[in-house]
Design a binder for this molecule. Structure first.
Ligand SMILES: N[C@@H](CCC(=O)N[C@@H](CS)C(=O)NCC(=O)O)C(=O)O
Length: 268
């Protein structure tokens, strides 16, 4: 737009065009509200990391905002996006929206059977493995001492230390209640281990020696697995489940392959 400014007298159609294009471009850029990068991961929230990975795989133009305000989040959770002047929540629904409204489909080459398998694995990761990861962060006392610092540091700056402390305690209580209501929080440590390692073993067995879950090309399930495997093996949080997954070489190599391909700018 050169040196012209709103208020210039000489507003002709050429100037109107520039303003229109600028506003149009701003509306097309996606703002992704996400938890910040940490531990070498694009985000310490697996759902946020999955969505950002999918954006990169789809070559979408986006910017991130990590000053998360859950009060404006449509579902009260992250991730959510601002796109074309609207706030939209839930990573899966956002991906579906880009598919139906913009025709962006990373799974277009899959057969109906492959699509069904992909959906089942994605649901297993998001709806079951996720709770195993929440369990490891919140219900293992040594891990909670580490993770509470992470949450505190992510918020400090936007609110006072006292408020931060209070929010961290509230997040803890909400997470423990959610774990109990989901059911994962009612199991013994040994039972959680049994349930979650069986899921990771199934992922590893299905991946076998393929580079990506559905073959030679990365698809949506690869974004999901990358985010939830990464958020288990990279944080400095210990648990026998983590040890188990670290021994599933093909899953760990898949994490590295995805990281190298889509987030090499972050380093290791
Ligand atoms: N189904 C949602 C799940 C999102 C989710 O669980 N987000 C977590 C962070 S990973 C969150 O915001 N938790 C806050 C809360 O539950 O209050 C999606 O895929 O977007």
């Amino acid at each position: 737009m050169g040196n012209r400014r709103i208020g210039d007298r000489n507003i002709g159609w050429w100037y109107f065009d520039d303003v229109y294009n600028y506003i149009y471009h701003q509306e097309q850029v996606i703002t992704l509200y996400t938890a910040p990068p940490l531990w070498g991961l694009p985000s310490f929230s697996p759902a946020c990391m999955k969505l950002e990975t999918w954006f990169r795989m789809a070559k979408l133009d986006y910017q991130t905002d990590t000053a998360v305000n859950l009060e404006i989040a449509p579902k009260g959770k992250i991730p959510f996006i601002e796109y074309q002047g609207k706030l939209i929540g839930d990573s899966t629904l956002i991906i579906e929206m880009f598919k139906s409204e913009a025709g962006i489909d990373l799974d277009a080459d899959l057969t109906p059977i492959e699509r069904a398998i992909s959906l089942a694995f994605r649901r297993m990761i998001k709806e079951n493995i996720y709770w195993g990861e929440v369990y490891i962060r919140y219900q293992v006392p040594e891990n909670w001492q580490v993770y509470r610092e992470v949450l505190f540091n992510a918020m400090i700056g936007s609110v006072s230390a006292e408020e931060c402390q209070a929010i961290v305690e509230e997040v803890y209580n909400i997470a423990c209640t959610q774990l109990y209501n989901h059911g994962m929080g009612r199991h013994s440590d040994q039972e959680v281990y049994q349930i979650i390692t069986a899921d990771f073993q199934a992922l590893s067995d299905f991946l076998a020696d393929k580079p990506y879950f559905m073959g030679d090309k990365p698809t949506t399930v690869d974004a999901t697995a990358y985010a939830y495997v990464g958020n288990l093996i990279k944080p400095p949080l210990g648990h026998p489940i983590v040890d188990y997954v670290l021994q599933l070489d093909n899953l760990c190599q898949h994490y590295e392959r995805m990281h190298q391909q889509f987030f090499s700018d972050l380093g290791k």
